[in-house]
Ligand binder design. Structure first.
Ligand SMILES: *[C@@H]1O[C@H](CO)[C@@H](O)[C@H](O)[C@H]1NC(C)=O
Ligand SMILES: *[C@@H]1O[C@H](CO)[C@@H](O)[C@H](O)[C@H]1NC(C)=O
Ligand SMILES: *[C@@H]1O[C@H](CO)[C@@H](O)[C@H](O)[C@H]1NC(C)=O
Ligand SMILES: *[C@@H]1O[C@H](CO)[C@@H](O)[C@H](O)[C@H]1NC(C)=O
Ligand SMILES: *[C@@H]1O[C@H](CO)[C@@H](O)[C@H](O)[C@H]1NC(C)=O
Length: 221
């Protein structure tokens, strides 16, 4: 039986000054080991409605935008945690006071990960900020997992992103690290999210293993 599943997860409501129509493209991951679809197939027609670039013929794809993530596959992608593959973007500049920064970074990453893992009504979403010098230098943090994964998988996914973040981009002024199941960010140069209201956003994922091969997007704002 053919199936086509896709979802789009966004945090655009949490970003300042970002128009819905202007997602900033970051990268695409073509999951080539899961094979190609057939040209001219109904699967391809479905894909055209999602309209991605990037990975001709590949049946399973993850696309990261600064504000959103789009995934599609010919098998169910729900409730399966995928901390890898991933992509990270970072600022070339390093923080000026590494000794003050490092312990605050470590401590707050730990707590924002824990908070995001535990809060599932909001789609495993948490933000935090912390000061790291007496000059009021502030670090802003955001952690998010897709709402379909468990607390355990969310923590595991974010912890994987954290080690990549701290090992590869040690001391950078800002890092964003994404995988299909989670994202972790910090920024010392600007507050890049809006404080969330108490209303949890709704998620309407699609999982339609049916011969009609339709996909309805799930959008998390
Ligand atoms: C899938 O398509 C790509 C590009 O169109 C091609 O390079 C690759 O060999 C194909 N993979 C398989 C498994 O057929
Ligand atoms: C997905 O598509 C690939 C390539 O056509 C195929 O090998 C694989 O069996 C498909 N998986 C499912 C679950 O349909
Ligand atoms: C930032 O630190 C890294 C090592 O952590 C170093 O390779 C890089 O050159 C530094 N960048 C600047 C602009 O100093
Ligand atoms: C950081 O310092 C500023 C200025 O004193 C203060 O307004 C802010 O609340 C502090 N942030 C945190 C997370 O403590
Ligand atoms: C990170 O950078 C700091 C300051 O440059 C250095 O002392 C520390 O050893 C680095 N840590 C890693 C894991 O590279």
């Amino acid at each position: 039986m053919l199936s086509f599943t896709w979802f789009l997860i966004c945090i655009i409501n949490q970003f300042h000054g970002v128009a819905e129509a202007a997602f900033k493209y970051i990268d695409v991951s073509c999951v080539e080991e899961n094979g190609n679809y057939t040209e001219g197939s109904v699967y391809e027609q479905n894909l055209l409605t999602v309209s991605v670039l990037g990975c001709p013929l590949v049946a399973e794809v993850v696309v990261w935008y600064y504000e959103c993530m789009l995934r599609y596959a010919n098998h169910s992608i729900f409730s399966v945690s995928e901390p890898l593959p991933g992509i990270s973007i970072y600022g070339r500049l390093n923080v000026s006071d590494y000794n003050a920064f490092a312990p605050v970074l470590a401590k707050t990453l730990k707590s924002v990960i824990e908070k995001a893992a535990r809060v599932s009504a909001r789609g495993h979403f948490a933000t935090k900020s912390a000061n790291f010098t007496s000059l009021f230098d502030e670090i802003y943090f955001l952690a998010q997992c897709t709402p379909d994964i468990t607390e355990f998988d969310c923590r595991n996914c974010l912890t994987t992103r954290r080690s990549i973040m701290t090992n590869l981009y040690n001391g950078s002024v800002r890092v964003t690290s994404f995988s299909p199941s989670c994202q972790l960010r910090y920024d010392t140069t600007k507050k890049f999210y809006r404080d969330v209201s108490s209303d949890p956003p709704a998620l309407r994922p699609s999982n339609t293993p049916s011969p009609s091969i339709t996909g309805v997007p799930g959008i998390l704002f």
